[in-house]
Design a protein around this ligand. Sequence first.
Ligand code: BTN
Length: 347
Amino acid sequence: MVRRAGSAGKVLEVLRGADGFVSSQKICSVLGISRSAVWKQVEALRRLGWSIEGVSSQGYRISGVADSLRILEMDPGFDPIRIGRRIVVYEETSSTNDDAWQLGLEGAEEGTVVLAEMQRAGRGRRGRQWLGPARKNLYASILLRPPVPPGDAPFLTLLASVALCEALAETGPLAPQIKWPNDVLLQRKKTAGILAEMHAEQESVHFLVLGIGVNLNMTADMLPADVRYPATSVQCALGAPVDRVSFSRTLLRHLDHQYDAFLRQGPGPVREKWLRYCAHRDGLLEVETPQGTLQGWFRDIDDEGALVLEVAYGRTERIRAGDVTRLDARTGEVSEMFLKGKPPCSS
Ligand code: BTN
């Protein structure tokens, strides 16, 4: 069978799998493409920043690694079910969430991914700024069109945090944890966050943009110092830089699989994984909500992604939005309130 004239990604795969030079003839026969197609794809890879040596008697070999996400436009590196069938990569943008939102308005297909090498005006939750230095991190926004009512959509933020943990655990000896609702922690410091923005009417979601920021290769001196919660990067936690292309592929593959599981089986399997990664399971928490501050014991998350907090003995509250702090040091104080059965709400 003759394959379609090969993508640069497939040529790259052959070259990466070899120890030294690979003859042009061998690439032709492995991929079922012509010599001139091989040459064209090698040129495309060079334009993406890969250094590829070409010696007429020996063939081609990789002599330098590209640190460019552009390769993902040609080859996501996995077989996407929904997420990653179309990937758009910008060298620089203000916010990938804005770009994905615009694509959503224009009717782009579900699973379209926008990536950027640099963000000028990255946004976090509650209007906070998200740093976007060039070629250090991952800035990704995924366009979804979930067939769920708007009230269920926040669960997708939890789904994204599970995918992030799975990707981090696959990347190295890391023990990622999730701080409700959307922070992913390494060594108890924030390394990734999710900003979900929804275009919906009362009954249905038109689309949802899942914005994901991961501090990958920022060094300690580059991390934001003035945030409410200490920050870290994967490089700081691992002690070595990570390959951004391969991390992006791993993350998109996990997102794709988790989303598929959610659509086919509902929230159950994702919820179970989320609880395994949860940083404050059974912990005593303080939660700042738009309505005021609550204290209580973490009990669960529900199928809409809300936090279930036991605020007084036997009395639980469902919290849809808020910032969580663990209060282990003040355990005694709150236990007393529990015993009196007094709702510890102070707004
Ligand atoms: C948070 O923890 O507050 C969420 C941070 C989300 C940052 C990402 S980076 C890619 C996407 N584009 C944005 O402007 N924000 C999200």
